[in-house]
Design a protein around this ligand. Structure first.
Ligand code: HEM
Length: 141
């Protein structure tokens, strides 16, 4: 059971898992890239999110796709932080994984909408992604 949690969290948080990634040219979290602390990953995603908002206001679909991709495909977490994260989560691990999966899926939807240059879909998934990430923060911060 414990092993399956490890595999699940690695897959969800730290491995690429979407079609849109294969189509994109940027691969954050790819093999060989240095792992970061949990906070560094969050701060990186925060920058991507600011970039994304600006890209939306500028109708810059390429940057929308790229920044959404970076959120979904962020660098991997360091072993130390992964250990601390699991320790702290305790029996909340499962809920954390579910919340994280939802944010990842919405970031993928957003990247796809950017690729399709569909602003309505971009706005929908952008709002949903922020709402879900905020929910994750509320429950796990
Ligand atoms: C668009 C996605 C996200 C963005 C932009 C984001 C952004 C941030 C930022 C800016 C912080 C504060 C970092 C600091 O203290 O310097 C943070 C902390 C945190 N985030 Fe996120 N986050 C996102 C998604 C998530 C998800 C999906 C989860 C969990 C399922 C999560 C869990 C946390 C937790 C637990 C902290 C507190 C860490 C600590 O203080 O040790 N975040 N996030």
């Amino acid at each position: 059971m414990k092993l399956s949690y490890y595999i699940a969290i690695f897959s969800l948080l730290f491995l690429p898992f979407s079609n849109v990634y294969a189509q994109d040219h940027h691969h954050g979290g790819e093999k060989g890239a240095p792992s970061l602390s949990f906070i560094e990953i969050m701060q990186g995603m925060d920058k991507n999110l600011s970039e994304l908002s600006s890209a939306i206001m500028n109708d810059d679909f390429e940057l929308i796709t790229e920044s959404a991709h970076s959120i979904a495909h962020h660098p991997s977490i360091s072993k130390e932080d992964l250990h601390i994260l699991f320790e702290r989560l305790g029996n909340k691990k499962e809920g954390f994984i579910t919340c994280d999966t939802a944010v990842h899926t919405l970031a993928i939807d957003l990247a796809m909408a950017g690729k399709e240059e569909d602003m309505v879909k971009v706005l929908e998934s952008h709002a949903a992604m922020i709402a879900k990430a905020t929910e994750c923060h509320k429950n796990y911060r």
